[in-house]
Design a protein around this ligand. Structure first.
Ligand SMILES: Nc1ncnc2c1ncn2[C@@H]1O[C@H](COP(=O)(O)OP(=O)(O)O)[C@@H](O)[C@H]1O
Ligand SMILES: [Mg+2]
Length: 211
């Protein structure tokens, strides 16, 4: 039986997921809640190896179907070995991306059949669904400005997926909006174009339902 809560953060690169997850993690810990933060793809040894393949393989990049299956393999491993055991022991799990990213990127972005994605994803994650999903929504120009800032700060370069063009990022955002419209109880869209404090306030308003 699941006892902890499962909260996922979604949205394009640079929308502020990592920033808000850090805040929520500290906030919950202060309240005495045991918290585990995971990132997707990754979070187990095998899944981190798959993450490397997905992000860095430039000579023989995965085709769309291989990309999907790699993401799902990583997720299956994370759910079975990390997320479900944590939830069962009462830990709250915060995930930086989860199933909705698959629907947005591989479905709306790459054009793979959404119904097939939903069945395959459900199989991979043993039907686990988040209790709450926070979709951090920002216009593409804000996201790319933040990404450039982060690249400077951390001295890193954009990866294969981050480098996909504007058209892809536009489709992604529309995809996230469509997903949120379909499941408005679970997915809360947050305007993430304000300051980190403003976004955090909106995150707290959404959380009221769970706390
Ligand atoms: N609300 C915000 N306003 C301005 N800059 C932000 C905001 N949230 C995050 N940032 C900055 O933008 C960059 C991307 O944020 P990050 O949390 O890493 O996004 P993500 O994890 O969604 O890719 C970081 O440099 C971060 O400090
Ligand atoms: Mg991040």
């Amino acid at each position: 039986m699941k006892k902890g809560r499962f909260i996922t953060f979604e949205g394009g690169e640079g929308c502020g997921k990592s920033t808000q997850i850090k805040r929520l993690e500290s906030y919950l810990k202060e309240k005495g809640v045991e918290v585990l933060v995971t990132r997707e793809p990754g979070g187990t040894r095998l899944a981190e190896l798959i993450r490397g393949l997905l992000k860095d393989e430039k000579d023989d990049p995965p085709c769309d179907r291989a990309e999907l299956l790699l993401f799902l393999a990583a997720r299956a491993q994370l759910v079975k070995n990390v997320i479900l055991p944590a939830l069962e022991s009462g830990v709250w799990v915060l995930s930086d991306r989860f199933s909705d990213s698959t629907f947005a990127y591989q479905g709306y972005g790459r054009g793979l059949d959404l119904e097939i994605l939903k069945i395959a994803n459900d199989f991979a994650c043993d039907s686990l669904k988040p209790d709450l999903t926070l979709l951090l929504d920002v216009p593409p120009e804000v996201a790319s400005a933040r990404m450039r800032k982060r690249e400077k700060e951390t001295n890193t370069e954009a990866d294969r997926i981050e480098l996909a063009g504007d058209e892809f990022h536009r489709k992604l955002r529309e995809g996230f909006h469509a997903l949120a419209a379909d499941e408005s109880d679970r997915i809360h869209t947050i305007d993430a174009s304000g300051t980190p404090d403003e976004v955090w306030e909106a995150v707290c308003r959404s959380l009221k339902r769970l706390i």
